[in-house]
Design a protein around this ligand. Sequence first.
Ligand code: ACM
Length: 653
Amino acid sequence: MTKFWILLLGAAAWLPAQPNLMPWPAKIAMGEGSLAIDQNFNTSFIGTPDSRVQAAARRVVRQLALQTGIPLTEGFRDPTHARLIIRCDSAGEAIQKLGEDESYRLEVTPQQARLRAANPLGILRGLETFLQLVEPGAKSFVVPSVVIEDQPRFPWRGLHLDVSRHWMPLEVVKRNLDGMAAVKLNVFHWHLSDDQGFRIESKRFPKLQELGSDGHYYTQDQVREVIAYARDRGIRVVPEFDMPGHATSWFVGYPELASAPGPYAIERKFGVFDPAMDPSRESTYEFLDGFIGEMAALFPDAFFHIGGDEVNGEQWKKNAQIQAFMREHQIKDNHDLQAYFTKRVQQIVTKHGKRTEGWDEVLAADLPKDIVIQSWQGQKPLAEAARQGYSGILSAGYYLDHMEPASTLYMVDPLEQETATLNAAEKSRILGGEVCMWSEYVSPENVDSRIWPRSAAIAERFWSPQETKDIASMYRRLDAVSRKLEWSGLTHLSSYLPMLRRLAGDQPIDSLKILADVVQPANQDARDEANNTQQTPLNRLVDAARSKSKTARDFAVLVDKMDRDQIRAWLILWRDNDAKLEPVLEKSFLLMEEIPASKDLSRLATIGLEALDGRLSDQRAFLEQAKKLHAEVELAIVPSIEKLISRVTEPRP
Ligand code: ACM
């Protein structure tokens, strides 16, 4: 049989039958024929029993029933008659560990699928691969014949979710855990406290949540529920409590922790603020010992994130007692004062049985080397940390609020640029990376649309062989994965039309959607400049618009191919849209701000049509203006219009 097989290396875009897998597996060989998924589909299990595997197999059957419409039975069958045989050779760790074996082998023939792994985590990963392979065939749903041998490139593949700036209810967390599992992400980094909200129940220090959360926090039972849900999907949960800065919400209930007298209120603006914990007082460490002890008992994971980012030191400079403390201890500046604080907190974290993790800023001389550095500032500090003996993970380049396209996020690699120059031992300290979803400009309604599908492309960067870099292949598979992610309950696609309908009131949304389809939300910096706060409703076009418009991407492909007919069809649609849309915009206070964007879209399309017809005039000034933000959105087709102009004016060979 092997002689018919073609080995697919990396993401071989040239193969027409390339399956829509994401992340792309380490090794894959396509076979002949396919396994039918029909009412006879059933699973059987051999090996060490594991509740995660059994629950995952039940989810697979439920998902297949939903997809195929065939009423399939849950539960395990006799292996001789099963269509999917799962074999797991050993039990996993009682608490999922960093670096635990996630490898698996999946072999599908027209008769049967066999999934084998040494550890339950490999079975979980392999089942997600199996689900991604299911496609409609001519007679039934099918899974193509294939042999996959797969394992991750990095052991730490995370999604960081900020629930402080905007509260994210439990169901948002759970559906995103489902999305993570689908693309083999394995660390949920829960950013539970920041200036704008303290989001977890402390029984020892109840004023944290009572006064610091506006009533939006997770109870400890809910936290346990999330941890169990994540464990079932092979995901570790790492909590973050940001300190000594980004901690205003703690000080509302416990002002004595801060470096200046209160009273404090929950911060409503976004940015970097002066309040910081007082590192000079023993009472601060006594409090943190109690709090960290409580949280360390609640979260089973071996790692505990203490934040440490963006401390501006203003309160420290102005506090005479802190200044005296620094002189007494020969602490020369704020950086060293923070290092003193980090060292003390690291000792507390260690005492409670955990390893400390922090953002770049915690990096300082003479800290214990078991600290894990999460770099938000780039490969350079990450490389520096690895050279000094620290383990690290990369988040710089994976900030979803920067609104970069999947193609940009996809090319960022934890082991490229400065980290590429590390020696083998140093490289082995780079554990992986984390996608970051900061929540200044997301609500439960649109957060999925910022996370997905782009995080699937980053998940591939963390899992797949380094050379997997074909952007066209990535986008083709990303679109397919995006559709499948929707079935797991994510709302990244489905929240769009309701948001547009709400904007339009009782008016039709057709012409609004044509505009919305080609706008790109401004990034976080630009939105901060517009003086938004936690109380700004996220109900405008900028909030409904999808990050990186698929329409604009499809149009860019047409321009690259110079498909004149299709280009013309789009341009006519856009040129004529303003006349229909303007009456809609004029009737709504929420939409009125989009009048200039709609007019500019129409004019851009007119210029594009003139270019196609060889009637060019100098439009550079207008094109520059059209690139600017309109009510916090950008017109995403401007680069393609510029390209079209240069294509029609370039001399023919
Ligand atoms: C950060 O972005 N301040 C970690």
